[in-house]
Design a protein around this ligand. Structure first.
Ligand code: NI
Length: 176
């Protein structure tokens, strides 16, 4: 089932999300719905707060080669346990901030620990786009957006654009 994605600014995007205590079929279904929503958008990552659920759950799939097998990942309680000193710059975007892209500098390599959909602990070191994406999504669980890495002026400009976009969309929904 596809879920509606919250658009910035929204207080639910600024909240610290709660740890997932135990896995349940409901949470697994939520992860599946989030993956469906992400692929449909289309996007390469989605965090539970973006669909209004304040729980520490993210999904991602950064396979971008044409014809390559997808690699859907659902991470419960993901945590960065090590980061490289080396950094990389990617032009980031966010499904909660449509059509806005900006360069963000982050550690080039991160080791992430999480609980997988079977409740087992998992750990992996990511680099390239995967490293950027997993850090971007974990930021969402801490109420942080990629525009928080930009200057206050740029952030205000983007936020004003989003307020306008939300008004337009609300008007469209009302069927004016
Ligand atoms: Ni995002």
């Amino acid at each position: 089932m596809k879920l509606p994605i919250l658009i910035h600014p929204d207080p639910r995007l600024k909240k610290l999300a709660d740890p997932v205590p135990d896995l349940s079929d409901d949470l697994r279904r939520l992860a599946d719905d989030m993956l469906e929503t992400m692929y449909d958008a289309p996007g390469i990552g989605l965090a539970a707060p973006q669909i209004g659920v304040s729980q520490r759950l993210i999904v991602l799939d950064c396979v971008k080669e044409e014809g390559a097998a997808p690699r859907p990942l659902a991470m419960f309680n993901p945590e960065v346990v090590a980061s490289s000193d080396e950094t990389s710059v990617y032009e980031e975007g966010c499904l909660s901030i449509p059509e806005i892209y900006a360069d963000v500098t982050r550690p080039a390599e991160v080791t992430v620990r999480w609980m997988d959909r079977d409740g087992n602990p998992a750990e992996e070191t990511f680099d390239g786009l995967w490293a950027t994406c997993v850090q971007h999504e974990i930021d969402h669980l801490n109420g942080k957006l990629f525009i928080d890495y930009l200057t206050a002026l740029k952030r205000q400009l983007i936020t004003r654009k989003m307020v306008k976009l939300k008004k337009e969309r609300a008007r469209e929904r009302e069927g004016a």
